[in-house]
Design a binder for this molecule. Structure first.
Ligand SMILES: Cc1ncc(COP(=O)(O)O)c(C=O)c1O
Length: 491
């Protein structure tokens, strides 16, 4: 059994920083000596002394045999994996690698329509053809939840040649579907279940959190350690268990997708975050759950606000209670307006806003006074800013129901495109990933037929203050479509 108190990578960096030597290697700032003093004032000197390169003592990310290998082995043991890879380009590169390692050009992959844009990037890179499943839709909160085991079963019966199933667990809203049943069905076809667990890295460490994906049979899972635990932004992990995934293909795919100069600051933060959770995770998560519970109870009593609560449906079997989604339409405000008021007038900043909701991440870094401030600000929001106005609900989930894929995302991405005024793009094939960000779930993606409902939704999001990313013209006056594919009848 490994000693989880250890931090091999962190210790090796510390030793290198202390070792007297004259640096003739990258990075150019030479442990901070060449840095702009203003930047050093902002960040402190230690961060530059720790910003080292792949020195002999520091191992190599792409063929780890020393301290990185030891740190990854400790992480695998702590998270319940057979093998773990440290990622310096976020879960984005992990999800792309998962698809590249399991699907080639033309191969089918089954996945929910509400996947993160990282999965769409994986489809473009691999040339895989998506078989989309509609997630369950919550019309009260206007949120897409998980796909159901039944829908996965039907998709596999129709496409028994699919090479993998990919699912999102939990969603951005902390909603978990029945992953155990999805794993069982997927494995009956002897293909791997890949999980985007970007928001679930804390699940392993407390029994009152949803069950982690590996514990219910996922073959591969990708976790943004930086989103919910103590790692630096971009620091994530990819875990694998069992024999359905070819480790060598994962390593090769990650070499394509990651920098050959990985940041040791990010890597060290993964080593530290793992140690912290392996040693103190239960205590830290108990405290986080208690804080979240206080926030949930108090905010749910505020007139005009409604909280996303645990439900029981095939697409929603567990809720991560540390993720707080508050519907503000009872106040006559959009989520975007409420977000702005909270941020600018009350100094409370949410993770993201949608038309109807605000979502807050409560994590090990929050304190009791943060929660007090959140509750107090929600009270002020309800008392002072409530107005009698009906919020039009454009029903995001309904747009997802109308999708139709005409050519693969890769074909559409590389096809000759043309830029047209948005009003001329209906029924054309989209050539861009177009999504409100966050949460980064595409409303339109390359290869998909552009529907009037999707266009209306995007324009409404924008008119109400939401951000649309991914398209060349962020004003949404024009869109890029595939050239020479005339109007196609909608299905
Ligand atoms: C569901 C989901 N998957 C994947 C990602 C990408 O993760 P990262 O930011 O670590 O690259 C995100 C980011 O927001 C996400 O919400």
């Amino acid at each position: 059994m490994l000693n989880q108190d250890q931090t091999p990578l962190l210790d090796a960096i510390k030793a290198c920083m202390a070792k007297p030597h004259t640096p003739f290697y990258t990075p150019g700032h030479k442990q901070g000596q060449g840095i702009l003093p203003k930047l050093a004032d902002l960040l402190g000197e230690a961060v530059f002394r720790a910003d080292l390169t792949e020195l002999a003592e520091l191992d190599s990310l792409f063929s780890p045999q020393g301290v990185i290998q030891q740190a990854q082995a400790l992480a695998a043991a702590a998270f319940g994996a057979t093998q773990t890879w440290f990622l310096v380009n976020g879960s984005t590169c992990g999800i792309e690698a998962a698809i590249l390692a399991t699907c080639g050009t033309g191969d089918k992959i089954i996945l929910p329509r509400n996947v993160h844009s990282a999965a769409i990037a994986g489809l473009i890179l691999s040339g895989a053809m998506p078989i989309f499943i509609h997630p369950e839709y919550d019309s009260v909160f206007d949120i897409a939840h998980s796909i159901t085991p039944n829908a996965v079963e039907i998709a596999l019966q129709q496409h028994p040649d699919a090479k993998a199933v990919l699912t999102v667990y939990p969603t951005y809203y902390g909603v978990c579907g029945n992953l155990a049943a999805i794993a069982k069905i997927t494995h009956q076809y002897n293909i791997p279940l890949l999980v985007d667990e970007a928001h679930g890295a804390h699940f392993t460490f407390h029994s009152e959190l949803p069950t982690p994906a590996l514990a219910v049979g996922a073959d591969l899972t990708v976790q943004s350690i930086h989103k919910v635990l103590g790692a630096m932004t971009q620091a994530s992990m990819l875990h694998v268990q069992g024999k359905r995934i070819d480790s060598d293909r994962i390593s090769k795919a990650l070499q394509l997708l990651q920098s050959t100069s990985p940041s040791y600051i990010l890597l060290a933060s993964l080593d530290a975050a793992r140690q912290q959770m392996a040693v103190d995770g239960k205590k830290l998560m108990s405290r986080t759950l208690e804080l979240a519970d206080v926030a949930r109870t108090k905010i749910s009593q505020i007139p005009g606000l409604a909280i996303l609560q645990q439900q029981l449906s095939p697409g929603f079997v567990e809720l991560d209670k540390t993720r707080l989604t508050v519907n503000v339409t009872g106040l006559g405000l959009t989520g975007f307006e409420a977000e702005e008021i909270l941020d600018e007038k009350l100094s409370v900043t949410a993770e993201f806003a949608s038309l109807q909701n605000l979502t807050f991440i409560i994590s090990l870094g929050n304190t009791a006074s943060d929660i007090e401030q959140l509750v107090q600000s929600c009270n002020i929001l309800a008392e002072k800013y409530c107005r009698n106005k009906v919020i039009v609900n454009p029903q995001l989930g309904q747009n997802f129901r109308e999708y139709s894929m005409q050519i693969s995302p890769r074909e559409a991405f590389f096809a000759v495109g043309e830029t047209l005024p948005i009003e001329q793009t209906s029924d054309r094939i989209c050539a861009e990933i177009i999504c409100p960000y966050p949460p980064g779930i595409p409303v339109l993606m390359p290869g998909e037929i552009i529907t009037t409902a999707a266009l209306a939704y995007l324009q409404q999001i924008q008119a109400m203050g939401g951000m649309i990313s991914g398209c060349a013209d962020s004003s949404l006056r024009t869109l890029k479509v595939v050239k020479n594919w005339g109007a196609v009848p909608s299905t």
